[in-house]
Design a binder for this molecule. Structure first.
Ligand code: NDP
Length: 332
């Protein structure tokens, strides 16, 4: 069967495409420009099972029409991973909310219009941010209670709002169209996603930059000081694929989270496992690592997702070790 992946250039999407090709699927990906298409074809050595299409911006209702007009009757599975990720911006509506929501609506409508007889499963890359609020434990049932206006305070809140409204739009579409469509929806809601990039690159896309930034910090300016939950990007990719292969996952929100972590854990592992980095990277306050993550343990509960997926998530040590190996490789 053929799988369509939007946002093929992304940190997570590249791992997904790699896995799909390894498992023998034919893949059609979308990227924003010819330059990006060419770069991807080169990365995948012009693999004949991979085709790429240009979808310039997902901020309009017809964004995906052409792709689905062209390939509608061969696509069996749609993975929608494209969505704006946090970057410096203040036009929150234009930069985050509209593309995130329109992207979801336009891809679902394009499937309905042009691929209704062939597409069986749609998998949306949502986020744990769509499940986070100030009172509930984050779980498969919890929802971010952000409002359209209220979330436009800073990049992070606008991003979290964009993921929330986009996921809501998807479930609403499914409800409104339940009598006229046969495809099903599953959402994948990862927490902060760490781990190596699918292809070694000096540029660190999205949250793959985090470990590099932490070990490039100075002792008196360790940044960003994040302490929450993480999941390894390789598990995020794996879950996207199981999401459409496993019938038990239809209609579910899969909350992907391996464990709590903090910048201090990353520094501790880096200093313990890479002696060549000792003295070159900060030490921080090694004994504070436990305290930083302890209180976060109770903030999230994804035992249902773990049971449904049935595989063991990669732990922080392996995630950090593999990431640092790749960082050292591209820096030399
Ligand atoms: P990347 O920035 O690496 O990937 C984002 C992808 O979306 C890129 O292909 C990007 O294209 C595309 N994109 C962004 N804005 C637009 C737009 N306006 N029009 C068209 N395409 C657009 O980030 P990730 O791989 O981390 O993110 C992939 C998905 O995973 C997103 O939906 C994100 O919200 C979600 N996610 C990520 C988490 C994380 O910690 N990384 C955690 C939870 C969810 P281009 O390369 O051209 O910019």
């Amino acid at each position: 069967g053929t799988v369509f992946v939007s946002g093929a250039t992304g940190f997570i999407a590249l791992h997904i495409i790699n896995n799909l090709l390894q498992q023998g699927y034919k893949v059609i990906g979308s990227a924003r420009s010819q330059e990006k298409v060419d770069h991807l074809l080169e990365l995948f050595n012009n693999n004949p099972s991979l085709s790429l299409e240009i979808v310039p911006n997902i901020d309009n209702p017809e964004a995906f029409d052409d792709v689905f007009k062209k390939y509608g009757n061969e696509i069996k599975v749609v993975l929608h991973a494209a969505s704006p990720i946090p970057r410096p911006s203040t036009d929150y509506e234009k930069e985050y909310l509209i593309p995130a929501v329109e992207g979801v609506k336009s891809i679902l409508n394009a499937v309905k219009k042009y691929a209704a007889n062939s597409v069986e499963r749609v998998i949306l890359t949502s986020s744990a941010a769509a499940a986070q609020n100030s009172t509930d434990v984050v779980s498969e049932e919890s929802w971010n209670d952000a409002t359209w206006k209220g979330c436009q305070t800073d990049s992070w809140n606008a991003y979290a709002g964009s993921k929330t409204f986009a996921e809501r739009a998807a479930w609403e579409f499914m409800e409104e169209n339940k009598n006229v469509i046969k495809f099903t929806l599953t959402t994948v809601n990862p927490v902060y996603t760490l781990g190596p990039q699918a292809f070694s690159d000096k540029k660190f896309a999205s949250t793959s930059a985090y470990i590099e930034q932490i070990i490039s910090s100075t002792e008196d300016n360790i940044t960003p000081k994040i302490a929450f939950w993480f999941v390894d990007v390789r598990d995020v990719a794996k879950a996207h694929i199981l999401a459409f292969q496993n019938d038990n996952l239809v209609g579910k929100r899969l909350l992907l989270a391996a464990d709590t972590f903090s910048y201090q854990d990353v520094l501790n592992i880096a200093n313990e496992d890479f002696k060549e980095l000792n003295g070159k990277i900060p030490i921080g306050e090694p004994e504070k690592a436990d305290a930083l993550t302890k209180e976060n343990k109770g903030l999230l509960d994804n035992h249902k997702t773990k049971e449904l997926l049935g595989f063991e998530f990669i732990g922080l040590r392996q995630c950090v070790d593999d990431s640092i190996k790749q960082i050292l490789e591209v820096k030399h």
